[in-house]
Design a protein around this ligand. Structure first.
Ligand code: NAP
Ligand code: FER
Length: 332
């Protein structure tokens, strides 16, 4: 029996393409002591993977060429030499992009398979914790704040907007890249206002949606969105800088927001965020957001692509906004 892996075949310049990936059949290694064999059921594609395809020093090392890519995945153990992880245990780990993998027991975390497995990669996983810690700790959200979040119909953004609503925001505003996503934010997620950033200048649409300004901007996008938020933020406003997806495929340095002087005049706080720094909030996050998910007060959706051979196209689609909610690849 062979296993299938998706390797990084070459480093993309600009927008990645399917030719940057290679499918490689391997003979799975035998199991050593202290190891488990995991058969992946579902894997995540995430925007940060675009950064790791570049050969640059960053917060995470580049993916090596000619080796499987990495990323969050959930599977079941099919062979084990670890007493505490018997065959049949479902686990979360970071060895996605392959049909099966041998890992040390310490590299996997048991999960409860009575929940939908994709939730561990989305609303109750890394993107959910990013939203929770980013909004509450990094942006120091307070009840009564007006909150603006970009990429609002995505994995992180949809959770940010709903936590803000459930924690007593005065007004929650989201931007997204299609009329359908705008309707989803308004009709399904309870946003107070939403706009399609492709319809008109962001600053114009944001100012119209926020006649009294905003206290918090949760930035997933950067660029024109960040410049618009700087203009519309109120005095002592806060920005959590979570990501800048509008720039991930850039081949030239990006123009800065032209209005950074607003940071001075409005005494703004601008703070970057990496989810790894917020592991101490995981228990609070799972308790609070888990309860909202169970009660149905916080909704989530997933865009699921079938088959490991379609993982590269799922990733390319994510970068172009082909997802509503969390983008996942189902392997089994
Ligand atoms: P996501 O929002 O589910 O998917 C990415 C979305 O970005 C797409 O659906 C697309 O939606 C939007 N997008 C793509 N190009 C854009 C552009 N030029 N302008 C505006 N929007 C664009 O992904 P996610 O996993 O939740 O991540 C969202 C952001 O959070 C990313 O910036 C990511 O890097 C960041 N993040 C950071 C951390 C951290 O620890 N700092 C952790 C997780 C995620 P549209 O249809 O709306 O364009
Ligand atoms: C992202 C997902 C995760 C991202 C950054 C992270 C900036 C960082 C995670 C960590 O290492 O803590 O999309 O984009």
């Amino acid at each position: 029996m062979t296993a299938l892996e998706v390797h990084l075949a070459r480093r993309p310049v600009g927008v990645p393409s399917l030719d940057d990936f290679a499918f490689v059949e391997i003979t799975p290694p035998a199991l050593g002591p202290g190891e488990v064999r995991v058969r992946n059921h579902v894997m995540s594609v995430d925007p940060y993977m675009r950064g790791r395809m570049n050969d640059v020093k960053s917060y995470a090392p580049p993916f090596p060429l000619g080796a499987p890519m990495e990323g969050g995945a959930v599977g079941d153990i099919v062979e084990s030499t670890v007493d505490s992880l018997p065959v049949g245990t479902f686990v979360l780990h970071n060895a996605g992009w392959r049909s099966e993998v041998v890992l040390p027991g310490a590299a996997v975390v048991e999960v409860d398979p009575s929940l939908p497995l994709g939730a561990y990669l989305g609303v109750l996983g890394m993107p959910g914790l990013t939203a929770y810690a980013g909004l509450l700790d990094v942006a120091e959200f307070q009840p009564g704040d007006t909150v603006f979040v970009s990429a609002a119909a995505g994995a992180v953004g949809a959770v940010v907007g709903q936590i803000a609503r459930l924690r007593g925001a005065k007004r929650v505003i989201g931007s997204a890249g299609s009329a359908e996503k705008v309707r989803y934010l308004l009709d399904e997620l309870g946003f107070d206002a939403a706009f399609n950033y492709k319809d008109d200048r962001v600053v114009k649409q944001l100012a119209a949606a926020a006649p009294e300004g905003i206290e918090v901007y949760f930035d997933n996008v950067g660029g024109e969105h960040l410049e618009a938020a700087l203009s519309v933020l109120n005095v002592h406003g806060r920005i959590a800088v979570c990501g800048m997806i509008s720039q991930y495929n850039a081949t030239e340095p990006n123009p800065a927001p032209r209005n950074l002087i607003q940071i001075v005049s409005k005494r703004l706080t601008v703070r970057g965020l990496l989810v790894r720094d917020h592991a101490d909030r995981r228990a609070d996050f799972l308790r609070e957001v888990g309860a909202w998910v169970r009660s149905g007060e916080l909704r989530y959706t997933e865009t699921v692509v079938d088959g490991l051979r379609n993982a590269p196209s799922a990733f390319l689609s994510l970068l172009e906004g082909g997802n509503t909610g969390k983008m996942l690849v189902r392997l089994i």
